[in-house]
Design a protein around this ligand. Structure first.
Ligand SMILES: [Zn+2]
Length: 330
């Protein structure tokens, strides 16, 4: 075994699922990838035990497949919902998991007897795309994950930009309408209230209730409460004019946020992840057009706006990548 080992274990802890995989120290595909439900309602000990079990399983699986020994594993990178403190390895609080001041890093570190790092899940997903995905060839990029909320991450010069208190990259809480919809963070008009999955569904339902003509109710047998963002993408791809209108509107909100990012950071790339990318050009076409209208031309021309490439493994690969840079200094 070399000093720095052959492998890093990546852990992507989410409110719904835990994903674990093993990544070569010098980069490459994730091996022994497995996903299990988090089941936070069963308590913190259950979640930690499950993470430990999954890490041990991934190590054993990799040794079985590639040979070697436990000493070839140099450490574990953990991505978790925040806010968190990287220095102490503590989760400050996570509404989804119900944790407060929870020393996650040390609990895992002591259980598996390997060095661990802890970073925000959206930072990890963005870093994964920079290291092994859509951003492989650029130095600076910003990542947005559109899901139940909007997660964000900023990579500058090949490093995650963390800010003064590990809270940088909260792109979903960028104000795009100062008197707009109330957000659960306490602010008004956050991007998340317009372009997250639930926000897209809500805007679509509001239009249907106001009487627009669309196939959307037929896709859910008239049960409007079952309309999700995925239903809207599906209808847009099927050519429904109203669903396309909703996607165009989403692109406008998202475009305002992306133009702000481009004007402030002048990145080479914006990577968009999440179910919304299934709408393809129904989203990306109007998004690029909106950014072109709003951002400085030289910044807009220098920036590619692209879908993420790593399907379901960006968080795991990125968590391992963060361990590699932050702990191994590579
Ligand atoms: Zn907010």
């Amino acid at each position: 075994m070399t000093e720095r080992g052959r492998w890093i274990v990546g852990v992507d802890l989410g409110g719904t699922n835990i994903v674990v995989g093993v990544i070569p120290v010098d980069g490459g595909e994730a091996h022994a990838v497995r996903s299990l439900p988090t089941e936070p309602q069963r308590g913190a000990k259950h979640v930690v035990d499950r993470m430990v079990h999954m890490i041990e399983h991934a190590i054993q699986q990799t040794i079985a497949d590639f040979g070697g020994e436990r000493g070839d594993f140099t450490g574990v990178g953990i991505g978790s919902p925040g806010p968190l403190n990287r220095e102490t390895g503590t989760i400050i609080n996570t509404p989804n998991l119900g944790w407060r001041n929870f020393p996650l890093r040390d609990l895992i570190q002591n259980a598996v007897n390997l060095r661990c790092s802890l970073d925000n899940d959206a930072n990890c997903a963005t870093y994964g795309e920079w290291w092994m995905g859509a951003g492989r060839d650029v130095d600076n990029l910003v990542g947005l994950t559109l899901g139940t909320g909007i997660g964000g991450g900023i990579v500058l010069g090949g490093r995650v930009f963390h800010g003064a208190s590990d809270a940088a990259g909260e792109i979903g809480h960028m104000t795009i309408d100062s008197t707009g919809r109330k957000c659960k963070c306490g602010n008004y008009g956050c991007l998340e209230q317009y372009a997250s999955g639930p926000a897209i569904a809500l805007r679509a339902i509001e239009g249907i209730e106001a009487g627009v003509d669309t196939m959307l109710p037929d896709l859910v047998d008239g049960r409007l409460e079952e309309i999700t963002a995925a239903t809207v993408y599906e209808a847009a791809v099927l050519g429904d004019p109203y669903a396309n209108e909703v996607m165009k509107e989403t692109a406008k909100f998202l475009g305002a946020g992306v133009a702000n990012l481009i004007n402030v950071l002048n990145p080479e790339m914006i990577v968009i992840a999440g179910g919304v990318t299934r709408a393809g050009e129904h989203l990306f076409g109007p998004l690029r057009a909106e950014v072109r209208r709003r951002a400085f031309r030289s910044s807009e021309e220098a920036c590619q706006i692209v879908p993420a490439q790593l399907q379901g493994t960006a968080g795991v690969i990125g968590a391992a990548g963060v361990f590699r840079t932050e702990v191994l200094g590579l």
